[in-house]
Design a protein around this ligand. Structure first.
Ligand code: NAP
Length: 323
């Protein structure tokens, strides 16, 4: 058993991490290297995984034991409104190609990285895995959420016909070092951190935030998420998708006040209540995660936020440009 609770399952395993230079993927790669796995990260410039020939060339050359599919083409709500067709096509085809290439390369298992955007749009509160198929995702993310869910069906069908082993993990909102801070693609935590850090640097008297602050969301620290993914890859075998989250709701107001305090910004917060709030509460039910992995995320929100603010402040120029 290593210090972070893993067995020697990963030692000398050959692992392909698609999207392994991205925000989440880079933390998965760091964890795998610590566990002494041999890792290949296919860059899109060399292996465009939307093209089956590229996927086959990569996978048959490397002969992985395990494939973790973290690559995706996506962004926040604005990005989704700008590129809905490309988001649909690239994620659908990439998921299908990567799982098929994994099977043809004779790998022992496939780990699909999914999203809470796959849950039915009308659902609020704590989302349970058995509710995943109870309706279409919210129309603002249906083109993205559905493509991710298709991986779970592909895995189910491949198990039935080929005895192929795959799991599908449904991730909540992530935050942490190396997140995307670019204005076009940032999610709520990185967008807020950027706003407050910038306002402090420029001595701005106020920061405007949208909505009332009442909606409750959940935020999982990226290093914890990488740890959970490796535990699930090792211990979870069911074709039923598995939620990965912290199971703890935080209101947007609490989040904003925490970010203000941790960035040391002294100005005022202006709530623009003419902007929509979205659903009141959306968090993942993590009962099955806790049972299956015997694990709960160790990083408390203020600790994770502090790390993220520190990382952003130290890497601001580069982080502002990375899309
Ligand atoms: N971040 C979150 O809050 C969150 C929440 C829920 C689920 N997720 C899921 O977690 C996964 C990782 O998200 P992330 O935020 O880490 O993404 P990210 O930082 O945007 O990274 C995406 C990666 O995908 C790769 N990629 C995109 N198109 C590709 C293609 N055609 N061929 C090969 N590689 C391609 C990119 O590689 P190159 O640099 O080589 O182009 C990039 O490294 C995604 O599946 C996402 O749906 C994320």
């Amino acid at each position: 058993m290593s210090s972070d609770g893993n067995t020697d399952f990963w030692t000398r395993k050959r692992v392909i991490v698609t999207g392994g230079t991205g925000f989440l993927g880079s933390h998965i790669v760091d964890s795998l290297k610590r566990l002494r796995a041999t890792v290949l990260v296919p860059r899109s410039s060399e292996y465009n995984l939307v093209k089956m020939d590229d996927a086959l060339r990569c996978f048959q050359g490397f002969k992985p034991d395990v494939v973790i599919h973290s690559a995706a083409y996506y962004g926040g709500l604005g990005f989704n409104q700008l590129y809905p067709g490309k988001i649909f096509y690239e994620n659908l085809v990439m998921g299908a190609n990567v799982m098929e290439a994994t099977r043809l390369a004779g790998a022992e298992r496939f780990v699909g990285i999914g999203t809470a955007c796959s849950y039915p749009g009308y659902l609020e509160g704590e989302l349970k895995e058995q509710d995943l198929w109870d309706g279409p995702p919210h129309e603002s993310v249906i083109n993205y959420g559905l493509t991710k869910k298709m991986m779970a069906i592909q895995g189910w069908a491949y198990k039935k016909q080929y005895g192929f082993k795959s799991i599908h993990l449904i991730l909540t909102n992530l935050y942490g070092p190396r997140d995307t801070f670019h204005i076009e693609r940032a999610h709520v935590v990185s967008a807020l951190i950027k706003k407050f850090v910038d306002a402090k640097l420029r001595n701005e008297p106020e920061v405007e935030v949208w909505g009332t602050g009442k909606p409750v969301r959940e935020f999982l620290y990226v290093e914890d998420c990488a740890e959970a993914i490796l535990l699930a890859a090792e211990h979870y075998e069911d074709t039923m998708p598995l939620n990965l989250g912290c199971g703890q709701g935080t209101s947007i107001r609490e989040l904003v006040e925490l970010v203000q305090e941790l960035t040391g910004y002294q100005g005022n917060i202006v709530w623009n209540t003419s902007k929509p709030d979205g659903q009141l509460k959306k968090i993942l039910d993590v009962t099955r995660m806790k049972q299956a992995l015997r694990w709960t995320p160790p990083t408390e929100l203020p600790v994770g936020l502090k790390q993220t603010i520190g990382w952003y402040s130290a890497n601001k120029n580069e982080a502002d440009l990375r899309r």
